[in-house]
Design a protein around this ligand. Structure first.
Ligand code: HEC
Ligand code: HEC
Length: 342
């Protein structure tokens, strides 16, 4: 090689190395970046909408019982063990679980925030008061045990727990304790999720990707695959998609559940009375996340009566003529109106 072309080559190499260094530094800072600041109050408009919703649905919001009052009895011990299992499921039942490996490594608490005690954080407030109850998905009367196993099979993409095991008895004792101050038959304000008003357009996954990049990616990872510290069996930021996430039979795979969960709880630190995202952003990010790959599930036994499928169930057959696409992304208004009419 001639000397000047050699020099040129070397300077190319230098440029390349510099780009590499910049890229690695960029990736490293984003990995080790602390979680973003607590969410800022939302725009006046969406706060106003939210207030209206909350005022409509609630006079007072349910609060969980005082855990320091759990008694020092064998029953109290079972409740405390149940709380531990909800908060740290992966340590006991995950792929490297101390007891058995029957679930995907997420914790119940990843979705049932503060171990099911956060109002509208997918709370367990209504369970003690409303179970056993008939559920349309199975067409059967379901006990709390059965409902817990549903989440293990779907949200934790796992295998059912023996209903007579100590662990199942502990889950149930704890979940019933959370709702123990709610009168029988009452569905308190703060139970489950706060419903979001529907959009009058389909939710938009492309817009949702932008929301994800701004508000979610720093914790949940580039492709929503989650983040662990070192070899920890628990996620620091749980996966939203791909192999380690909930499967297509899970509640969060329905757009209205995902959007409602996110609006009142994410980015982490948001709450029903201090959300970060607008309603549109919550629906759009739901469309984006639920378009990413995730585990499948045999759903052939679900919805024995298809006329009871919720408006946003993403798989046919349906009792109406709306497409799977519309049942997955909306607009849901026309579907709901028809369901009301029938
Ligand atoms: C990936 C998220 C996710 C995980 C993880 C998860 N769940 Fe759920 N769970 C949900 C959703 C979504 C619902 C339904 C909410 C709705 O339809 O309003 C639900 C509902 C429930 C209910 C019924 C609540 C009610 O008021 O009817 C119980 C009980 C429950 N889960 C227990 C558990 C237990 C125990 C675990 C861990 C073994 C668990 N869940 C893990 C998302 C999750
Ligand atoms: C500051 C970090 C952070 C940010 C930003 C964040 N999350 Fe989360 N997210 C978490 C943590 C931590 C949990 C688990 C909570 C727990 O275990 O107590 C979680 C749980 C979840 C869950 C339920 C569990 C699962 O993996 O399915 C969903 C869904 C979710 N986040 C969606 C989002 C979306 C969408 C955004 C953006 C709008 C977002 N998150 C932004 C930290 C974050």
């Amino acid at each position: 090689m001639r000397e000047d072309s050699l020099l040129k080559f070397i300077s190319y190499l230098n440029c390349f190395a510099l780009v590499c260094v910049l890229f690695i530094a960029g990736a490293a800072t984003s990995l080790f970046l602390p979680p973003p600041d607590p969410p800022q109050p939302n725009t006046a408009k969406s706060t106003a909408i939210l207030k209206e919703q909350v005022d409509q649905t609630s006079i007072s919001i349910w609060q969980p019982p005082d855990s320091t009052k759990i008694e020092n009895t064998p029953e109290g011990d079972l409740i405390r063990y149940g709380r531990e299992l909800v908060a740290h499921t992966a340590l006991y039942l995950g792929p490297k679980g101390k007891l058995m490996a029957i679930s995907n490594g997420m914790n119940c608490q990843n979705c049932h925030l503060k171990a099911g005690k956060k109002p509208f954080g997918n709370s367990y407030a209504a369970v003690a008061a409303t179970y056993p109850k008939k559920r349309a998905r199975s067409g059967q009367i379901e006990s709390v045990e059965r409902r817990v196993n549903d989440c293990i099979e779907r949200s934790l993409n796992g295998r059912r727990l023996d209903e007579n095991s100590t662990e199942m008895r502990a889950f149930v004792a704890y979940i019933k304790w959370v709702g123990s101050e709610v009168p029988k038959g009452v569905y308190p304000n703060g139970a489950g999720l706060l419903e979001l008003p529907l959009l009058n357009r389909p939710a938009d996954a492309a817009k949702g990707m932008k929301v994800f990049e701004v508000h979610c990616m720093s914790c949940h990872g580039l492709g929503g695959e989650g983040f662990r510290e070192g070899n920890s069996p628990e996620w620091k930021y749980p996966p939203l998609s791909h192999d380690n996430s909930f499967n297509v039979g899970a509640g969060l795979f329905r757009l209205s559940r995902f959007a409602a969960y996110v609006k009142s709880n994410m980015p982490y630190g948001a709450s029903y009375d201090n959300p970060t995202l607008t309603d549109e952003e919550a629906w759009d990010v739901a469309a984006y996340i639920n378009s990413l790959p995730r585990p499948g599930k045999d759903l052939s036994q679900d919805w024995p009566d298809i006329s009871t499928k919720p408006f946003d169930h993403p798989f046919g057959p349906y009792a109406d003529t709306f497409s799977e696409q519309q049942h997955k992304f909306g607009p849901f208004g026309p579907i709901k109106d028809l369901q009301k009419k029938n």
